[in-house]
Design a binder for this molecule. Structure first.
Ligand code: GKR
Ligand code: MG
Length: 424
């Protein structure tokens, strides 16, 4: 089997005005959809970042892959390495909360984007679900957590109607958001994206969630927006309420000091994002739980490698997410189903997706009791709705956004906004 055609399509989908440490989400989030077809008529699908630096790399690599055997992952890696070595991307300054804009991860992102599509094609060719190609399922149902955000009711500059979630800036509004999300999808654990309001207000929100949802595992993620001293004080107030404390401080050194001071389990998707940082972390014992993300950890097989490394070094494993559509959700679910260690529900932004903005045939995927249940369909188990793809591509052409920048977007609301962390 040889690769015959490769189609790279940047898309933009409507996104809610979600607040985070860096600023606020723009009205459109970007993704790239990858479609492969082989000379035998098999297809392979992938989804990754849509930021300009990644898109540039994907477009340069694509022609080099025509004629390659989709089972030749070493061939893919060599070609990806060549492209990264010889290409100047259009990267500006990296925006820390969006791994799609970080040039240091170019090789992992580029390889991962195609690796998923290659593996999808392999599995479709063999007539098996992707999880089985990855070594077999250790679970059929992959649990995800309710991912809560503080948010404004509307974008400052969107030309489309407000989302149905309304404003979330108080404990009562946050509890209402959690109730809706859990009722809709059945999630059994809750994550709060923090680093937005004052730490005291955010701790009050966790308390409100704990009293409304007794026994439900809770996490808070201030995205490095709390200084070490703030994180220690807030840790004292949060101790006993959290299953883990995610990225309160911006550096590994601070995370290590925080763990030493509080003994709390710390999770990260910010200070351990590759194997070199993993090595440093094992020396400093800064973070006890690593949040994997195949989009920048180098694909599905390297995510399995990360899981083995976590097992070897006695660390826990969970999963990070950025704004994404159903192809990514299924890739996350297939790899999560193949990893024995995964001991926590995965993150996903998927509940924030407007159902009209999905690119896969049949529309938005459903969570059953908070989980994605893997079936018997070959590969990732999803197909593209070509009309939706064309519409979302047109939206990309029209929206004018080419790299995610929540800090610049926040300046439209607050002109003196710096997004500099830690703010508290
Ligand atoms: O989408 O606002 C967001 C998140 O803050 C995202 O950018 C982070 O990468 O979800 C992420 C996280 O867990 O840090
Ligand atoms: Mg995080």
């Amino acid at each position: 089997m040889k690769l015959k055609t490769i189609r790279i399509t940047p898309i933009a989908f409507k996104d809610a005005p979600l607040l985070n440490a860096a600023g606020i989400h723009e009205p459109y989030a970007l993704r790239t959809i990858i479609e492969l077809e082989s000379d035998s008529g098999h297809i392979g699908l992938g989804e990754t970042y849509g930021d300009a630096p990644v898109l540039d790399l994907l477009e340069v690599l694509a022609p080099d892959l025509v004629g390659l055997d989709p089972f030749d992952l070493n061939g893919l890696r060599r070609r990806a390495q060549d492209v990264v070595a010889r290409t100047q991307t259009s990267a500006g300054a990296a925006f820390t909360l969006a791994p799609g804009t970080d040039p240091a991860k170019n090789l992992q992102k580029l390889y991962a984007a195609f690796e998923v599509a290659f593996l999808d094609m392999q599995a479709r060719y063999l007539g098996m679900p992707l999880v089985d190609l990855l070594g077999g399922r250790v679970r059929d149902a992959v649990p995800f957590s309710a991912y809560l955000f503080f948010k404004y009711a509307r974008h400052i500059d969107a030309r489309y109607p407000d989302d149905a979630w309304g404003e979330t800036l108080t404990p009562d509004q946050l509890v209402a958001q959690a109730e809706t999300m859990i009722k809709r999808h059945g999630f059994k654990s809750i994550k709060l994206k923090a680093g937005v309001l004052s730490p005291d207000q955010e701790v009050a929100c966790i308390r409100a969630l704990a009293s409304r949802f007794p026994g439900v595992p809770l996490r808070i993620d201030p995205n490095g927006n709390w200084s070490l001293s703030t994180a220690i004080v807030m840790g004292g107030q949060l101790d006993g309420l959290l299953e883990y404390y995610e990225d309160p401080c911006p550096t590994l050194t601070d995370m290590a000091a925080l763990h030493q001071a509080t003994g709390m389990p710390l999770a990260t998707n910010m200070v351990v994002t590759d194997l070199n940082q993993f090595r440093v972390n094992t020396g400093s014992q800064g973070c006890q739980i690593i949040l994997s993300d195949h989009h920048y950890w180098g694909g599905l097989r390297d995510t399995q490698l990360l899981a083995r490394m976590c097992e070897t070094f006695g660390l826990g494993l969970s999963m990070h997410s950025n704004s994404h559509l159903g192809i990514s959700l299924m890739a996350m679910a297939h790899v999560a189903a193949s990893v024995p260690l995964l001991s926590y529900a995965c993150d996903t932004h998927y509940p924030w997706l407007d159902p009209q903005e999905e690119v896969i045939a049949g529309g938005q995927l459903r969570f059953e009791d908070g989980a994605i249940v893997l079936g018997a369909a070959a590969g990732l188990g999803v197909d593209i709705d070509q009309d939706a793809l064309a519409r979302l591509h047109q939206q990309y052409l029209d929206c004018g956004i080419r790299s995610r920048n929540d800090t610049a977007q926040m300046r439209k609301y607050q002109p003196d906004w710096t997004g500099k962390a830690p703010r508290f």
